[in-house]
Design a protein around this ligand. Structure first.
Ligand SMILES: Cc1ncc(COP(=O)(O)O)c(C=O)c1O
Length: 394
């Protein structure tokens, strides 16, 4: 596609603009299988001479459109859609690692990604090293001759660590190590890790890409088309974590408004972060858009916006955090993020239960940390709800 801006690509990208019966929107190809003309046709398709369709667990026109659009938005050459973010992450890690290898991960990761790397991969002979990737010296020291992958989120879940993607990719390239970045928090609207040197980008499409809390999906994008083919036909296809055509269609619809949603999410989040910083009961606020936040300078350099996830600590520890989240009227107590609705949670008790409860400090968070995914409601209403709940506690 021409050098169009983000919103134009989010609406038109990856499409030739031609839909059956001149429909504005693409149809949902809600079909499991596809019909061949004859055995010659079978032969051409099965030998990849033709890219016609066989079976939806291999490909489907609605999925292909979603994949092409995501590849454009992330500056990749190909993408693979999955049934969830975790299906994308696990397939990518299994595709790049083998027994005897090790993977370096940042010390804060989404809880299931932490469990995958620290509990499941070791069962298959893959070792892991948990490192603070904001410290490049620590990264350099932890690399050994069996390190094959560096995997992280930036901003990370739940403490919003900002990792210098360009620098990590530079270090990795010198040692022939693949860099995989989970870009869920930033979305392709605010950050493009492939442009910064990463090899593979993964998303929980369940979050901002969907935006409406009604799909569970994932996607992986890369510039290496041979790698994308292998990920699709050897891993997605054989592990079977395929996205449904209806979900791909809903995600295509969600993508159309991603840019304007992210703008509103971010301006609301800035205001919420300022409110929290001005609240004498709040002890620490993690948000990349705050100038004295540790990762601010790198975030400003590598991101086009700071996103809308904030985590914070309240005076009074777990008891106050519990009362805060239970006293809200508009904001919902729920896992997940990136929806229109503002969602709040306590990571140690919810999304990050897989982390050892007695060692949370070591990983950069605490049992009383609260994480908020700022939605796109009216900013004054979000802040008023937080404020009334704070008043009830203290
Ligand atoms: C950063 C991040 N990555 C991956 C996932 C997993 O995505 P899914 O729930 O779509 O499998 C999540 C879920 O919350 C997440 O926050």
């Amino acid at each position: 596609m021409k050098d169009y801006g983000f919103n134009t690509r989010a609406i038109h990208g990856g499409s030739d603009g031609k839909n059956p019966d001149n429909a504005l929107n693409p149809p949902i190809f809600q079909t499991s299988t596809f019909v061949f003309d004859d055995i010659d046709h079978v032969e051409r398709v099965m030998s990849f001479e033709s890219d016609d369709y066989v079976y939806t667990r291999g490909n489907n026109p609605t999925l292909r459109l979603f994949e092409n659009r995501m590849a454009e938005l992330e500056y990749g050459k190909g993408a693979v859609a999955f049934s969830s973010g975790m299906a994308a992450i696990s397939s990518v890690l299994f595709s790049l690692l083998k027994p005897g290898d090790n993977v370096i991960v940042h010390r804060t990761l989404y809880g299931s990604s932490y469990t995958l790397t620290t509990q499941l991969l070791p069962k298959y002979g893959v070792e892991y090293k948990v490192v603070d990737l904001t410290d490049l010296e620590e990264l350099n020291e932890s690399i050994d001759s069996n390190t094959r992958v560096i995997y992280f989120e930036s901003p990370s879940n739940p403490d919003l660590s900002i990792i210098d993607i360009r620098e990590v990719a530079r270090i990795a390239r010198e040692r022939n190590i693949k860099v995989v970045v989970d870009n869920t928090f930033a979305s392709p609207c605010f950050q493009n890790p492939l442009k910064l040197g990463a090899d593979v980008v993964v998303h929980s499409a369940t979050k901002y890409i969907c935006g409406h809390g009604d799909v569970v999906g994932g996607v992986a994008i890369a510039q290496d088309t041979d790698y994308i083919d292998s990920l699709k036909f050897e891993y997605m296809c054989e592990f079977g974590g395929v996205m449904s055509p209806f979900d791909a269609w809903l995600l295509l619809r969600g993508l159309k408004t991603l840019g304007i949603r992210m703008e509103q999410h971010e301006s609301n989040a800035m205001a919420v972060a300022e409110y929290l910083r001005g609240n004498p009961r709040v002890q620490k606020v993690n948000y990349p858009g705050i100038e004295d936040f540790k990762g601010y300078d790198i975030a400003k350099e590598q991101m086009d916006g700071f996103g809308a996830i904030i985590s914070f600590e309240v005076e009074g520890g777990l008891e106050s955090a519990t009362r805060l989240v239970e006293g809200l009227e508009l904001i919902k107590l729920a896992v997940s993020l990136g929806d229109c609705e503002t969602l709040i949670e306590v990571p140690a008790a919810m999304t990050h239960r897989g982390y050892p409860a007695d060692q949370l400090e070591r990983f950069g968070f605490s049992e009383s940390m609260v994480r908020i995914s700022v939605g796109i409601e009216d900013m004054d209403d979000i802040i008023a709800d937080l404020d009334q709940s704070f008043r009830r506690i203290y």
